[in-house]
Design a protein around this ligand. Structure first.
Ligand code: C5P
Length: 230
């Protein structure tokens, strides 16, 4: 199966408070973006990677992935995550792949097993597959006054991660439908596919696929890597 990965990396990372774009923030000297792309390619299921960079930073982002040669190229991203994914998808020749993985640069420490789990589900015929982990906190729904209105059954809740995998045509249809609608932006690609009524399969995720959002997350990643030669 020919699989191409898209890495949306065009976010500013305001919550991280770093001087550079979040994807270029180094952990043990290696930028998050470089780590995310390396993890995808090391799983040996992905033939090519397309990174969506902040439009004014295509050059430094290209430098961060230069080591991967022809396997990885960089395009200008958009104003929100959905448009960054769509712009990267538009740069991929229709029919040139069977499946597309979408992987947040911010999930730079995702183990290769998670990439393999998603790819395996696509190879098994799933139209959409996302890594998921059980939720350990009790989650509440609140109203506009921050008053709790509901407590969903925790056993039925999952936190989903990336890479999220899709049959190529399914992801294109989902993004075309979103571009033509007035529906609010979805926070992940599976959300767009769910709106088409297509079943999204979950596969085992991993706590190490955590999203680096705050300085605390970065400190956790640095602590975990402290004794490792990576
Ligand atoms: O903001 P959030 O943490 O949900 O962003 C998830 C991913 O989407 C990040 O890797 C970020 O770089 C990317 N993104 C993007 N284009 C934007 C905003 C976010 O590619 N305009």
């Amino acid at each position: 199966m020919r699989i191409v990965a898209i890495v949306p990396a065009a976010g500013r990372g305001t919550r991280l408070g770093a001087a550079t774009s979040k994807a270029l923030v180094p952990v043990k000297g290696v930028p998050l973006l470089t780590r995310a792309v390396r993890g995808l390619l090391e799983a040996r299921r992905v033939q090519a990677v397309v990174v969506a960079a902040p439009p004014r930073e295509v050059e430094p982002f290209t430098a961060a992935v230069r080591a991967f040669g022809e396997s990885c190229r960089v395009v200008a991203g958009g104003a929100d995550r959905t448009s960054s994914v769509r712009l990267a998808l538009d740069s991929i020749e229709p029919g040139s792949c069977d499946g597309v993985l979408v992987h947040d640069a911010a999930r730079a420490f995702t183990p290769t097993t998670v990439v393999a789990n998603v790819a395996a589900a696509l190879e098994d015929g799933a139209e959409a597959a996302v890594p998921a982990v059980p939720v350990t906190d009790t989650v509440k729904i609140v109203d506009s006054h921050d008053v709790i209105t509901d407590t969903p059954d925790r056993s039925a809740l999952r936190a989903v991660q990336t890479p999220q995998g899709f049959a190529e045509g399914v992801l294109r249809r989902a993004h075309t439908a979103q571009a033509a609608s007035i529906a609010p932006e979805a926070t992940d690609d599976a959300g767009l596919v769910e709106r088409l009524g297509i079943a999204v399969r979950t596969v085992p995720g991993d706590v190490r696929a955590m999203k680096i959002t705050t300085p605390f997350d970065l400190a956790v990643a640095e602590a975990v890597l402290a004794d490792q030669d990576v």
